[in-house]
Design a protein around this ligand. Structure first.
Ligand SMILES: [Zn+2]
Ligand SMILES: [Zn+2]
Length: 41
């Protein structure tokens, strides 16, 4: 099982992109990250 780099939870699916520095994030953390990125813009 992949582990989210941010919350350290075991999750069934992880997501990554440039914003996560190629670390694997769970859906919640990934969504939250992009939410804040969008807010800043
Ligand atoms: Zn997470
Ligand atoms: Zn991104």
């Amino acid at each position: 099982m992949p582990i989210c780099k941010k919350c350290n939870n075991n999750v069934s699916k992880v997501y990554e992109c440039d914003h996560t520095d190629d670390e694997e994030y769970c859906k919640e953390c990934y969504t939250e990250l992009h939410y804040y990125l969008t807010e800043k813009n």
